[in-house]
Design a protein around this ligand. Structure first.
Ligand code: AMP
Ligand code: ZN
Length: 459
């Protein structure tokens, strides 16, 4: 299996530390608001990666954090805590905010049939290990402090910026900070911060009542569950220049090691060609999509039209196409299920090999999907092909096996009208057949005449 490693800027053969097992960390959400569909792209990438690793037979130990304290409005230590800001916006306690939006996030993941990490770690439940981590960094000589903040001193490292490959000039100690934070170097960052009097989220510590910095949270929780080094670390491309550089800096200071061997980053989703942002009013949630009549799985289907390393441009037209594609896939699957043709084992093997080759080429989902379409286009209709699609769905996660024919989901009254209409048509009673068709339309159904009889669909 080949994956692109941001650390080496190369596609590399994946070799886990322990054979047959993958230890992995994903930077999770800051739970101060609903996730938007751009955020959800990041977790669909995570789902895809997990499923591909499992398909390859790996056992997973995967940690995702929930940031419920310490993520300041700017990633580089400016502004206030996002949780505190949200609490003020909604006139609630920050813990209530965290609970509410964390649950909303999990609801979205469930609706998208996301395979969740084995360990979900909430920052506020891991304060002690974070404090220990800071103490070790102090002991190892990687910190300094002002009256209210303990900072990581990036000038103590041989190189800061290994992921984003920063220029030497940018790393020089003494490149002074322009704003008055008390930082010695522009790339230094806060580890442990004294909480203001009115700050609800704070904990007694060796440095007074404090709260942790966001970067520290991931390093400390990753270390707790996965040890000093593990296999894969994932996040969004926005994490590369600050958050992940700082995680690496902390681990270097803590254990002398880069915590993960492979770093994978998912690119952004754009909205009509622009960056998604609240101020542009182009931010949508999964619930917005559902309200407009789309299924979460249709959004998931849209993600397979691009590789995770490319930007994806969300438009309503592209979601409409994904809707049609998903229906085509589902209909194709049902047709195969009813098929009786015999398909050669070698033909099945060929599809399997092509699919595996695509997903193992750094999760190339557009190519993997082209194999799926080839199966559907196969003139033979066969249960063997249906089973193959189900096998591939272990990677796609579209819940194909639970898909029911539209007709099977119709209310009894409608099913009865459909069968009465078919009877009328068979006995060439066109007047009765037209009457029932109009009745179905008046009840909000689209009516189509097919070789197999009347086909109805809601809406
Ligand atoms: P946050 O909750 O702000 O920490 O972000 C959660 C995740 O969403 C992070 O992994 C970000 O990299 C990712 N993310 C934010 N905006 C986008 C976007 N427009 N497209 C894809 N991923 C995004
Ligand atoms: Zn993180």
């Amino acid at each position: 299996m080949k994956i692109y490693n941001t650390l080496t800027r190369k596609k590399e053969e994946f070799k886990p530390i322990v054979e047959g097992e993958v230890r992995m960390y994903t930077c999770g959400p800051t739970v101060y608001d609903y996730a938007h569909i751009g955020n959800l792209r990041a977790y669909l990438f995570m789902d895809n990666l997990r499923r591909v690793l499992k398909y390859n037979g790996y056992k997973l130990k995967h940690v995702m954090n929930i940031t419920d304290v310490g993520h300041l409005v700017s990633d580089s230590d400016e502004g206030e805590d996002k949780m505190v800001k949200a609490a003020r916006r909604e006139n609630k306690d920050p813990y209530e905010i965290a609970e509410f939006y964390m649950n909303a996030f999990f609801k979205d993941l469930d609706a998208l049939n996301v395979d969740k990490p084995e360990i979900i770690a909430r920052a506020t439940e891991h304060i002690k290990i974070m404090e220990e981590y800071v103490k070790k960094l102090i002991e190892n000589g990687y910190t300094y402090h002002t009256d209210d903040t303990i900072y990581f001193d990036t000038s103590k490292l041989d190189k800061y910026g290994v992921l984003s490959n920063r220029k030497v000039e940018d790393q020089k100690a003494g490149a002074r900070v322009e704003f008055d934070t008390g930082k010695k170097n522009i790339s230094d960052f806060a580890l442990w911060i004294k909480a203001p009097e009115n700050h609800i989220m704070k904990w007694d510590s060796f440095f007074g009542k404090c709260y942790p910095g966001w970067h520290l949270e991931c390093s400390a929780m990753g270390y707790k569950y996965l040890g000093e080094t593990f296999d894969i670390h994932t996040g969004g491309i926005d994490h590369i220049p600050i958050h992940h550089e700082n995680e690496i800096a902390q681990s270097k200071g803590f254990s002398g090691k880069i915590p993960a061997n492979y770093w994978m980053h998912v690119n952004f989703m754009l909205m009509n060609g622009e960056k998604m942002s609240k101020s542009l009013g182009n931010v949508y949630t999964l619930s917005d999509l559902i309200e407009k009549g789309y299924e979460p799985m249709e959004f998931k289907m849209l993600m397979f039209t691009s590789t995770y390393r490319n930007q994806i441009n969300f438009t309503w037209e592209s979601l409409d196409s994904a809707k049609i594609s998903l229906q085509r896939l589902r209909d194709g699957y049902l047709k195969e299920l009813e098929g009786t043709d015999k398909v050669d084992e070698s033909e099945i093997k060929d599809y399997e090999n092509r699919f595996l080759e695509a997903i193992n080429d750094d999760l190339n989902m557009p190519v993997a999907m082209s194999v799926v379409w080839d199966i559907i286009k196969n003139p033979k209709k066969s249960k063997d092909l249906a089973n193959l699609l189900l096998k591939f769905d272990e990677v796609l996660g579209l819940d194909l096996k639970n898909y029911k024919k539209q007709e099977d989901k119709l209310p009894d009254e409608i099913k009865e009208l459909v069968s009465k209409r078919d009877e009328a048509r068979n006995s060439k009673n066109w007047a009765e057949s037209d009457r029932i068709r109009d009745l179905l339309i008046s009840k909000g159904y689209k009516v189509q005449d097919t070789k197999e009889g009347t086909l109805v669909k809601k809406g």
